[in-house]
Structure formats: structure tokens, C-alpha cells
Design a protein around this ligand. Structure first.
Ligand code: 0PR
Length: 374
């Protein structure tokens, strides 16, 4: 195939992909232009053999320190993963390995029933039981339910800072107290919320990071609200010993140990994450969140004016609306060119107000919604 023909083929495939300008169902977005530039510049970098790519490794170390500081601990230990799934797997694997060395078997962990489906993969891969704790009327995990599920084989509790479906934040402060009392590992899944909560006006209501003594590890994804390129997640541990639990020996590489789940690993998305963090800084990231939150308010207010109520008042940039015949509404909106998603319990329409969403998009979506529900 010559290049022109290949170009036509690629363009044809591209035309079948939806542009984000029609997508309200995704937690991904267009990467920031500085991320795209850095990604291209480091396209061949494999941080899986980091001695060959020392500049990339320096960027990863700095990114871990910057994100650690954002999470209340600039001395946290971790690495850039492929996303929230790998980060969650690695956190649970670290504590599982540590307890296995102590001789424990038939272990279990407790996650909120609102947890991301990556925890179902974890049950399968790590062969541990994943117990699901109930939530309150605001869809936050109920600490009493967590305590009831706990036994001598419970090795970890999980709290979610920004649930996938509702954008709700669990009472991590209470979980942290339980973690301290019971000496149990507490993992916080902030894959989505990690780059949102620190910039909210009412952030003090949602303590979730390493400033809480009981928090042992955090997942936070640059490829979601961090506007980096895919794949970019991040796992952070308070203590280095947990990162060491993940080590395998890599005798013939430039480094003697590796902690990551994957072998070959994208240095490009490390560079992209570095670029966004350096270029935007906290002020720039806050502006992104401010804008998303103001459009979230616009969408919820518009829906209320049509007599449609949100399931919860949005905590972050996720809008869930109570409508009759949710699936019918999704189909009708799709016919009008809008991609939205749904929640399971309670059933609702779900929209994520990512950085690619504009005021015009929200207004024209509300018009479409109004026509559909009428
Ligand atoms: N933890 C939480 C709280 C998440 O919301 C997600 C993904 C993960 C972990 C897993 O992250 P990775 O997908 O990076 O491994 N949340 C979104 C979801 O499952 C991911 C997503 C993004 C899905 C864009 C679809 C989409 O179009 O809904």
C-alpha cells in the first residue's frame, strides 16, 4: 500500500470515530496541546528499561513528586501506570503480597458497591474475595457496612474519591479512622477525582488524600482530568515497602528491579503528564476544574428548569439525572448526535462534563434533552 492509499484508509477509519464534541459519556478528553507535543517528542521512549531513557526517568520522578505533593505527600512512592485499573490492581497486589509473606491466605478486601469494575478484575486476577459495602442515600459508602463485612482475613478497605457513576466522594476521613484503629490498609481510588477535588471551592468537605493518616495508597489518573495522553495513570504509596512488594528482578536490563505490571511502558505519556503539570501548574489545573464545574452547574440548573432532578447535587463534574425510560432517552439522544451514559442504581442519565465540553455544547444538549423528554 502506498502512503496516499494508507492516508485515505486512516482518514476513513478516523471518520468513524466520534469526536469528543459529541461525547458526554467519557472520563477522557482531548489531551492538552503541550501533552501532545511532549508525547510525540518522546514517542519511542520505553521507561520499562529506564536506564536507556534517563531523561524520561527524571520526568517520572518529578511527576511522582508533583502529584504526591498534590495528594498531600511529596515523599510518596510510585510510578506512572497505564491507568486506574493497573493502579488499583497494583495497590491491592502490594498489600496482598505483604500479607501472604506473613502467611495469611483466603484474604478479602472491602470496596463500596459503587466501586469501578476494575475491582471485579482484581478478584479474578489476585484470587481474593471482594466484598461490597452498602452506600447511604447520598451514594457514599456506609462505614458501618464496611465494619460489618470486616473479619480477620480482611487486608484492605477501598474508598472512592470521585465515583465513576455519580462523582460522589466516600467519607474517607471515617474510613481512615477505621484503618488506623483496625490497622488495615486503606486504598483510595481517586482515578477521576484526584485532579478535581483539590481544586474545588468546597474541597475541605472532601478530605481524601495522604493528609489523612490512615490512607496507604492512592490511584490518580493523568489521562482523565489531568489532560495527559492515554495511557497515563499513577499509583502512589505512603510507604516505600509497599512499592517494593511489587518488585521483580530484571537482571539483564539497565535497572535490576521493576515494579510496574507491564514490562515495556510508554515514556511518551510520562513526558505528556510532565508537560501538562509543568505548563498548567496548580493555577492552570484549577482553571480547568473551575470551568468544568461552572458548566456542570449550567447543565443541572437547565435540567431542573425542565423539571428533571439530579440524583445527587453534583460534587464534581458528573451530572446524573432522573428521567423515565432511561434507555429510551439514551437512544433518542443518540439519534440527535449525543453520546451519554447511564447509571445502574438508581438508574439515571449520566453526563461527564470534561474539559472538551463548552457552554454551546451544554445549551444545545439541553435543547435536545428537552425535546426528547417532552
Ligand atoms: N477507578 C475509577 C473511579 C474510574 O472511574 C475508572 C475508569 C477506573 C478506576 C479505571 O481506570 P482506567 O479505565 O484508566 O483503567 N472510569 C471510566 C469508566 O469506566 C473510564 C472510561 C473513560 C470509560 C472513558 C469510558 C470512556 O469513554 O467509565
Amino acid at each position: 500500500m502506498d502512503k496516499e492509499e494508507l492516508e485515505r484508509l486512516l482518514a476513513d477509519k478516523k471518520s468513524k470515530d466520534l469526536p469528543y464534541t459529541r461525547i458526554l459519556s467519557s472520563m477522557c478528553t482531548y489531551p492538552h496541546e503541550v501533552a501532545v507535543h511532549a508525547h510525540e517528542m518522546f514517542i519511542e521512549s520505553n521507561i520499562g528499561d529506564s536506564g536507556l531513557f534517563k531523561g524520561t526517568k527524571e520526568m517520572e520522578d518529578e511527576v511522582i513528586a508533583i502529584i504526591g505533593e498534590l495528594m498531600g505527600n511529596s515523599n510518596a512512592y510510585g510510578y506512572i501506570t497505564t491507568g486506574g485499573t493497573e493502579s488499583n490492581i497494583q495497590a491491592i497486589r502490594a498489600i496482598r503480597n505483604s500479607k501472604r509473606r506473613e502467611g495469611l491466605c483466603d484474604m478479602n478486601i472491602i470496596v463500596p458497591e459503587t466501586a469501578h469494575f476494575s475491582f471485579d478484575k482484581i478478584a479474578d486476577i489476585l484470587c481474593i474475595e471482594v466484598r461490597k459495602a452498602g452506600v447511604d442515600h447520598q451514594l457514599r459508602v456506609d462505614p458501618e457496612s464496611v465494619k460489618e463485612l470486616m473479619d480477620e482475613r480482611t487486608i484492605c478497605m477501598v474508598g472512592i474519591a470521585g465515583t465513576t457513576e455519580f462523582g460522589q466522594v466516600d467519607p474517607i476521613e471515617e474510613l481512615s479512622e477505621i484503618a488506623k484503629d483496625e490497622r488495615i490498609f486503606l486504598h483510595v481510588d481517586a482515578a477521576f477525582g484526584g485532579f478535581v477535588i483539590p481544586f474545588l471551592a468546597d474541597r475541605d468537605k472532601y478530605k481524601f488524600d495522604f493528609t489523612l493518616e490512615g490512607v496507604s495508597s492512592i490511584s490518580i489518573d493523568p489521562h482523565k482530568m489531568g489532560m495527559s495522553t492515554i495511557p497515563a495513570g499513577c499509583i502512589l504509596f505512603r510507604e516505600e515497602s509497599y512499592l517494593k512488594e511489587l518488585a521483580v528482578s530484571t537482571p539483564y536490563l539497565t535497572t535490576k528491579e521493576q515494579y510496574s505490571l507491564t514490562g515495556t511502558r510508554s515514556g511518551a505519556s510520562v513526558a505528556a503528564t510532565f508537560a501538562v503539570l509543568k505548563y498548567l501548574g496548580k493555577d492552570g489545573l484549577k482553571k480547568v476544574v473551575d470551568r468544568c464545574m461552572s458548566l456542570t452547574g449550567l447543565m443541572v440548573d437547565g435540567a431542573k428548569q425542565m423539571g428533571i432532578e439530579p440524583v445527587i447535587e453534583p460534587v464534581m463534574n458528573v451530572v446524573t439525572l432522573r428521567v423515565n425510560d432511561v434507555n429510551g432517552v439514551v437512544e433518542a439522544l443518540r439519534a440527535k448526535g449525543w453520546e451519554v451514559s447511564t447509571t445502574r442504581s438508581p438508574e439515571a442519565l449520566r453526563m461527564v462534563i470534561m474539559p472538551h465540553v463548552t457552554e454551546e455544547m451544554v445549551k444545545s444538549f439541553l435543547e435536545a434533552l428537552n425535546e426528547v423528554v417532552r
